[in-house]
Design a binder for this molecule. Structure first.
Ligand code: PEP
Length: 249
C-alpha cells in the first residue's frame, strides 16, 4: 500500500516573517494519515528545519546541482541540502526545464546525485499544451522518464515522480481525474518494464492547480499517490485542506 504524499512547492515566494506564520500553521495541524512536506527556497531551509524538526512535516529543496562540490557558482549541492535535514528535492520542474534549459538527461543526473546523497528526488515530468493537442503526451512523458530510469538503476524504488501537465501549472486549469490517471498509469507501466516491484511502490504525484475543491477526486484515482502543490501550498488552510482530502478520497 503506497502512502500518500502531499508536497508543497513554494517556488520563489516567502519571507522570514511570512514563512514563520505558514510553517507554524502547517505543523500545528498536520494530519498523520499522509506524509506532508514543503519544498522551500534554499535560503529558508534553516528556518524550515528549525520550525519543523519537532513535527511530522518533512521539508526539502526545489533544485540541486548535478555536481558534488567545486567551482559551480550559484549552485547548491545535495550534501548541503542534507546538512539542513532535507528529505526531498524537486528536480526537473517545468519552470527549470523551460527557463533554465534543463534537459531530461541533466534532470536524471540531478536525481542520481540526490539519491546517492540520501535525498529522495521528486522528479517532474509533463507535456505542454501544444504537445497534448498534438497527441504527444504519452511520448513526451515516456521520453522524459527514460534517462531517469537508466540513470537511477537499482534505486528506482526510491524516487518520487510528479506528473505535472505544464498547461495546468499555475493556470487554474486542472487535468480531469481520468486524464491524470491515464498518464499516471502510463508512468507506472513504464517503470514496471524495468522493475515491477519498484513500480508498485513509487509514489506518483499529480501537480497542476490542485486545490482543496478538486483534490479529493484526483486523489481517489488508483495511481495518484499524492500532490505537488504550488499556489495552494502558500496558505496553510488550503494546504491542510488538500491533505485532509486524502482522508476523504
Ligand atoms: C507546481 O509549481 O509544481 C504547481 C503544481 O503549481 P500550481 O499548484 O500553482 O499549479
Amino acid at each position: 500500500m503506497r502512502r500518500t504524499l502531499i508536497a508543497g512547492n513554494w517556488k520563489m515566494n516567502g519571507s522570514l516573517a511570512a514563512n514563520s506564520v505558514l510553517l507554524e500553521g502547517i505543523s500545528a495541524a498536520a494530519p498523520t494519515d499522509c506524509d506532508l512536506a514543503v519544498c522551500v527556497p534554499a535560503p529558508y531551509l534553516s528556518q524550515a528545519q528549525a520550525a519543523l524538526c519537532a513535527s511530522a512535516v518533512l521539508w526539502g529543496a526545489q533544485d540541486v546541482s548535478e555536481h558534488e562540490s567545486g567551482a559551480y557558482t550559484g549552485e547548491v549541492s545535495a550534501s548541503m541540502l542534507k546538512e539542513f535535514g532535507c528529505t526531498y528535492v524537486i528536480v526537473g520542474h517545468s519552470e527549470r526545464r523551460s527557463y533554465h534549459g534543463e534537459s531530461s538527461e541533466l534532470v536524471a543526473r540531478k536525481a542520481l546525485r540526490a539519491l546517492t546523497t540520501g535525498l529522495l528526488p521528486i522528479i517532474c515530468v509533463g507535456e505542454t499544451l501544444q504537445e497534448r493537442e498534438a497527441g504527444l503526451t504519452d511520448a513526451v512523458v515516456v521520453s522524459q522518464l527514460a534517462p531517469v530510469i537508466s540513470a537511477v538503476g537499482k534505486q528506482l524504488a526510491d524516487v518520487v515522480i510528479a506528473y505535472e501537465p505544464v498547461w495546468a501549472i499555475g493556470t487554474g486549469k486542472t487535468a480531469t481525474p481520468e486524464m491524470a490517471q491515464q498518464v499516471h498509469n502510463l508512468i507506472r507501466t513504464t517503470l514496471a518494464k524495468t522493475s515491477v516491484d519498484a513500480a508498485d511502490v513509487v509514489q506518483i504525484l499529480y501537480g497542476g492547480s490542485m486545490k482543496p475543491d478538486n483534490a479529493k477526486d484526483l486523489l481517489a484515482m488508483s495511481d495518484i499517490d499524492g500532490g505537488l502543490i504550488g499556489g495552494a501550498s502558500l496558505k496553510s488552510a488550503d494546504f491542510l485542506a488538500i491533505a485532509s482530502a486524502v482522508h476523504a478520497a
